[in-house]
Design a protein around this ligand. Sequence first.
Ligand code: TRP
Length: 504
Amino acid sequence: MDNGREQWGSKLGFILAAVGSAVGLGNIWRFPYVVYENGGGAFLVPYFVAIFTAGIPILILEYGMGHKFRGSTPLSIARANKKWEWLGWWPVVTAFFILSYYSMILSWAMKYFTLSFNKGWGSNTDAFFHNDFLQLTSSPFEFGNFIWPVLLGILLIWGIGWFICYKGVKGGIEKLNKILLPTLIGIIVIIAIRGVTLEGATLGLNKLFTPDWSRLTDPKVWISAYGQVFYSLSLAMGIMMTYSSYLPRKTDINNSAFMTAFANCGFEFLCAIGVFAILGFMATSQGVGVDEVVSSGVGLAFVVFPEVFSAMGAWGSILGALFFISLVFAGLTSLVSLVEAITASIIDKTGWERKKVVSGLCIVGATISSVFATGAGLYLLDIIDNFVNCYAIVGVGLLEAILIGWIVKPDIIRNHVNKISYFRIGKWWDFIVKFVTPTMLIIMLVQSLISELKSPYGGYPLAATLVYGWAIIGFGVIVALLISRKPWENKSSDKNEEDGEVVI
Ligand code: TRP
């Protein structure tokens, strides 16, 4: 052990945990729709360009940072440049908000898992989800009733997260991913195979993959590709740096980054095939076009899919149960990565014991999440998720690339990772970090700002996007700045440790 810092049991354990964080709800319910909407098969061009010019390079950057400076995100960034410590705290604060709605979605998925056995959502899945189950109010400021089953699920999910992180990196997180990830792959393979053998599946798959090459000239398609890759790989959220700080000194970083990216990518494709095959079946059985049934996100998982499962007979219950449990598993490994990113940062800053930090964190987190177990939960999720994705993730990623590209200098990280990796990355990597990634992220940021100024997100009243959107972004930055002014109480964080050796 390096100075008492925890370590993974094996490199495979680390990669599984990183893939576990990357593989999440985004792979299952976001990616298929993004492909469909952005030119089908033709989308693969911008998608792979984005993976090679942003996904893998930034993954190498985050792995390299965490590994070289051996710390959670704030500690690694502070060791790289003291003045920028706040940038490490911003994603940590944001992680709290993500956790609050992530736990809610997982709570819904658990409930729907139990409902799938007797298709307890009835015949009108839309009304069941919004009215009966969520008791959705008419505005984000109207909280309505406490929804007890949702609250119970949220507490259970936090309990699981607590247990895993309480057990530590090797005994908890690594073990969880070693069990859940292979299980998850097995489940998705079953769903995909059963999906493509359904009647009408080819209709859906043709819709998904038929390339529309003309779309490649549309800048929005390229922006979506970068957005999807950034989101899907869990970049700019402090996770990959934290996870790589638990690696032994000699580890192949470049290879790990490629493996993580490709594993996540393969998983996304499998999900896309499964989802569109099932949508093809639905369209066929209703005698409508695939375009009329396609959807993404919460609507796909909790309204459209339950309807398909109901139309399927006995297989509907099996596929339903497998689908909802896959959401729970995929989400749980991402949730745990968020809890760990916060935990590690607090431990590095204060020197408090892991068990105390995890317990305190989960009690506070579960309390905040309880607000989501009300009739306004779905609105809060929608607004916060949009603002976190459009501004916090993109903002942190942009500043991270600027910090390393222009202030710390990229060759410091490149030399470090090349020293320990089997194949080396060349100067092209510096170019990507300095120019390509920042350019794409700035374009994304400007585009979001312009559409936000034209009309507030999702047709919500301005007050709602101010309170649940902008205020959360502002809160994240301010709290991050305040925390970064406090000294490092943890003695081992105070040393200017690099590469696992103390340098004076
Ligand atoms: N990668 C996750 C997915 O594909 C989503 C995500 C983005 C995420 N950033 C994150 C999950 C941070 C956990 C932590 O669904």
